[in-house]
Design a protein around this ligand. Structure first.
Ligand code: HEM
Length: 415
């Protein structure tokens, strides 16, 4: 389960496209700043077929339309698979049960519906106090240190605490859960050694056992958490235990590996744009806009994939059945046809239209309200509590896949 999640659609497609122009997205220069490369790709018309047969959507309109077009799905349709798609298919033949992120209706609809109550408006409102408390605790410690790592001391632990609480992981298990989650999360950047592969396998097994034990525990001592609710669904025959594990795994990855980068990328953009940082300090209510603008300007998930379920004419192009389309969400946010001055980071920007950082259509990010809440609370707290925050050393970027930082040394500056 987790190996496939780790090799998730986004990173995997970029990694598998060696020798192709997509590989250029992975080159170190483009990894540091992929946006000029996206602009060049957009100038080729917004949708083109790469030399290895993967379609690439880079304009806002094409990305938006692919995500909402029900002629595309995330699973291959029956029938022959073009070569460009083969590697992806092999990833799927491991016998693991996929999470609903990787499923088409009707399974996707059924499983997403079971997880949805955890992200309803009343629930999200209820999480605010928890997010604020976790934020304050972490910043207390960071402030005491004076110099700290924005990622490992703040942006990383915050979403992990929230997702642990949401899932209903008991405090006694959180250290282990954190350790396992980190091993799984790191593999999103690619599994680069046999040792890492074995560590990942061991982590998957342990996590699997941990979730199974938790299900047993929640049957005896139910709580108001996701694992308890999914255990009920399991006992009512609405989902299998394997589907429950896959759902928990999906939420774990989402909780560990995305929001950290919203907070990290947002802080970096603010410190790189002193006028914006000053505006946020002046008016911390702009934190909502700062989180939103970060998602447009430098989104953690840069791309996703869809596959045509039939031979079709899409935007005048003949897309064959089972041909994949790489949807470059990060490029959509910088499309001048959709956003004025798209390369300018402006937290007061009133978005003319929704950015695509949370994707679109039926797979629109289920955790978006939670991610927005965490981003807003974190950026607001930094502006209010650490007004002299400054970069202490150049940040280090993640290797690939997810866009974000591994290290970002900062100082709290003058008291
Ligand atoms: C799906 C982005 C935070 C749970 C997605 C997708 C994207 C995304 C792009 C859809 C991929 C596709 O269409 O193929 C993000 C970003 C986040 C974030 C940028 C933070 C800034 C979260 C959080 C959770 C979450 C905190 C939950 C704890 C999910 C789930 C799905 C999903 C369950 C699958 C939805 C489906 O397939 O129906 N996310 N996400 N996400 N996300 Fe998030």
């Amino acid at each position: 389960l987790f190996t496939r999640l780790a090799a998730a659609r986004v990173g995997n497609w970029l990694l598998s496209a060696r020798g192709d122009e997509l590989a250029r997205m992975e080159s170190s220069r483009n990894r540091l700043d992929p946006y000029p490369h996206y602009a060049r790709l957009r100038s080729q018309g917004g949708l083109y077929r790469s030399s290895i047969g993967i379609w690439v959507a880079t304009s806002y309109q094409h990305c938006h339309d692919v995500l909402r077009d029900r002629r595309f799905g995330v699973q291959a349709a029956a029938g022959p698979t073009p070569r460009a798609f083969e590697r992806f298919m092999r990833e799927r033949e491991t016998g693991d049960v996929p999470s609903f992120l990787e499923l088409d209706p009707p399974e996707h609809t059924r499983l997403r519906k079971l997880a949805r109550p955890a992200f309803g408006p009343a629930k999200i409102k209820g999480y605010r106090a928890l997010v604020e408390k976790a934020t304050m605790d972490l910043l207390d410690r960071a402030q005491a240190k004076g110099r700290f790592d924005l990622i490992s001391d703040f942006a990383g632990p915050l979403p992990i605490r929230v997702i642990s609480d949401l899932l209903g992981i008991p405090d006694a298990n959180t250290t282990r859960f954190l350790h396992i989650g980190q091993i799984v999360g790191q593999s999103l950047d690619g599994v680069r050694s046999v040792r890492q592969f074995h560590a990942l396998r061991a982590a998957e097994t342990e996590l699997d056992q941990m979730f199974r034990k938790l299900v047993e525990h929640k049957r005896i001592e139910p709580g108001d958490d996701v694992i308890t609710h999914l255990t009920h669904a399991c006992d009512n025959g609405e989902m299998t235990i394997e589907e429950l594990l896959a759902t928990c795994g999906l939420l774990l990855i989402a909780g560990f590996e995305t929001t950290v980068n919203l907070i990290g990328n947002g802080t970096l953009a603010l410190l790189d744009n002193p006028a914006q940082w000053a505006a946020l300090k002046e008016n911390p209510d702009l934190a909502v806009g700062a989180a939103e603008e970060t998602l447009r300007y430098d989104p953690p998930v840069q791309a996703t994939v869809r596959v045509a379920h039939q031979d079709l004419d899409f935007a005048g192009k003949p897309v064959g059945r089972n041909e994949p389309v790489l949807v470059v969400l990060g490029s959509a946010g910088r499309d001048p046809q959709a956003f004025d001055n798209p390369d300018v980071f402006d937290i007061t920007r009133i978005h003319e239209r929704d950015h695509l950082a949370f994707s679109g259509g039926i797979h629109f990010c289920l955790g978006a309200p939670l991610a927005r809440l965490e981003g807003e609370v974190a950026l607001r707290a930094l502006a209010e509590r650490l007004p002299h925050l400054a970069s202490a050393a150049p940040p280090e970027r993640r290797a690939s896949g997810i866009r974000g930082l591994t290290r970002f040394p900062v100082t709290t500056g003058r008291k």
